[in-house]
Design a protein around this ligand. Structure first.
Ligand SMILES: Nc1nc2c(ncn2[C@@H]2O[C@H](COP(=O)(O)OP(=O)(O)OP(=O)(O)O)[C@@H](O)[C@H]2O)c(=O)[nH]1
Ligand SMILES: [Mg+2]
Length: 397
């Protein structure tokens, strides 16, 4: 029978504090009146008690079979009612330990519901997003927000409005607004899509950029059927590279579905790399694709090892990048160009960056209000971002 979740009316809660992805090490937090008791019921350590601030090495005995030699763990009691448990970071290991703690009566909560030491909702959000950050550069920007860059900038805007300096407030808000799109991509990678006719080398380029044989490459046109996403980093920023089916009309229902999906990816992309086979040159497929391209677009003149002809025959003012996946010439240039299109200017240290939809939305609404002279409304929008009880939804008045 499960033990009661609390001896004092308060639940003992458990969560995985590190990202929910396979990693070398994971940290599990247990907090509440029974935290020490439930951990010690499974943890085998030399110590008879867990002293606050001391590190204890031990093993975790599985509830399923206590005779199986357990998982190595490190325990650290942070407070009377808070224990951190460090273990190997595979999902299977974490899930077993979390399951054992639930069976012992702990309530499993999400990271969002884990008590934070920060009262400011912006710092709390940054703390949560920092856990999910997949690159050092994204983490550094989120750490700046955790340390108060965005919150203090919002306070400055409020001060400027309240002291009658609405011009200053407007320019500060415009400055913040410029980083809103960038900020969203710190945890939601930029979507880069490679598109073009069959056999031009889209899958080969994806593999060359990510540095592994992620996508199937074959000399037969029509190899890639569904789209495929590969997570990577470009210039230190998180990017999802999307390989797509070669675009052509086909009687094959499966291939047509793949083409429709490819066009869907193109329409949703942050940046599209249009791929041309240097031996075949620009085609009608490329011309037809132009109307669906987002603002950010690049032209890869691929298989340049097979043709020495200068790129030609395309409309507009494209600046094609000659690439070859044989020996990779040009691939480095393509990666650099993707990086500079996505993030033309990196934020200097301590830049205030709205990093959640609700931040960007509140900044945009406050800017709109300031521009129309509705100063009180602008202040209300911004104050909501700083209110400890804020639910995360800006209100339009
Ligand atoms: N010589 C040369 N061959 C290339 C290059 N890039 C791709 N290839 C070859 O071209 C063929 C097609 O490559 P893929 O990467 O499968 O082309 P794709 O555009 O993904 O093709 P679909 O999936 O059919 O749309 C394969 O035989 C590749 O080895 C290149 O830069 N140079
Ligand atoms: Mg392919």
């Amino acid at each position: 029978m499960n033990a009661p979740a609390s001896t004092a009316g308060q639940a003992t809660i458990v969560t995985r504090l590190t990202a929910q992805i396979p990693s070398a090490i994971a940290t599990i937090g247990v907090q509440g009146p029974r935290a020490v008791e439930v951990v010690l019921a499974h943890a085998k350590t030399r110590a008879k008690e867990l002293r606050i601030g001391r590190i204890h090495y031990g093993t975790w005995r599985w509830a399923g079979d206590p005779t199986v030699s357990g998982e190595q763990i490190v325990l650290c009691r942070q407070a009377d009612d808070l224990v951190e448990l460090h273990c190997h970071g595979g999902n299977a290991v974490c899930n077993v330990i979390l399951g054992d703690l639930q069976k012992a009566g702990c309530a499993l909560v999400s990271q969002r519901d884990w008590p934070s030491q920060f009262a400011c909702p912006i710092a709390r959000a940054a703390e949560q997003d920092l856990i999910q950050a997949t690159t050092d550069r994204a983490a550094a920007v989120l750490l700046d927000q955790l340390c108060g860059a965005l919150a203090s900038s919002i306070e400055q805007v409020i001060q400027a409005v309240e002291s009658g300096r609405s011009d200053l407030a407007e320019s500060q808000l415009e400055q913040l607004d410029r980083w809103s799109d960038f900020g969203l991509h710190l945890t939601e990678p930029w979507q880069v899509v490679l598109a073009g006719p069959p056999n031009v080398g889209k899958s080969s380029l994806v593999n060359a950029i990510v540095g592994s044989l992620r996508a199937i490459v074959h000399h037969e046109p029509g190899t890639t059927r569904d789209w495929l996403e590969a997570q990577t980093a470009v210039d230190g920023w998180p990017v999802a590279l999307n390989d797509t089916a070669g675009i052509r009309s086909s009687d094959d229902a499966l291939e047509s579905e793949g083409v429709d999906r490819a066009l869907g990816r193109v329409r949703q992309a942050d940046l599209v790399v249009l791929v041309v086979d240097a031996c075949r040159g620009w085609t009608d497929v490329h011309t037809n694709l132009i109307a669906s391209l987002p603002e950010r677009q690049l032209l890869a003149w691929n298989k340049s090892d097979l043709s020495s002809l200068e790129p030609d025959g395309f409309p507009g003012d494209w600046k094609p990048i000659r690439t070859s996946t044989v020996g990779r010439p040009g691939v480095t240039d393509l990666i650099a160009e993707i990086g500079s299109q996505l993030v033309p200017r990196s934020p200097p240290e301590n830049t205030a960056v709205p990093f959640r939809h609700e931040h960007g939305q509140a900044v945009a609404l406050a800017l709109e209000a300031i521009k129309s002279g509705r100063h009180a409304e602008a202040v209300a929008q911004l104050r909501m971002l700083l209110a400890p009880s804020w639910s995360g939804k800006p209100q339009r008045s």
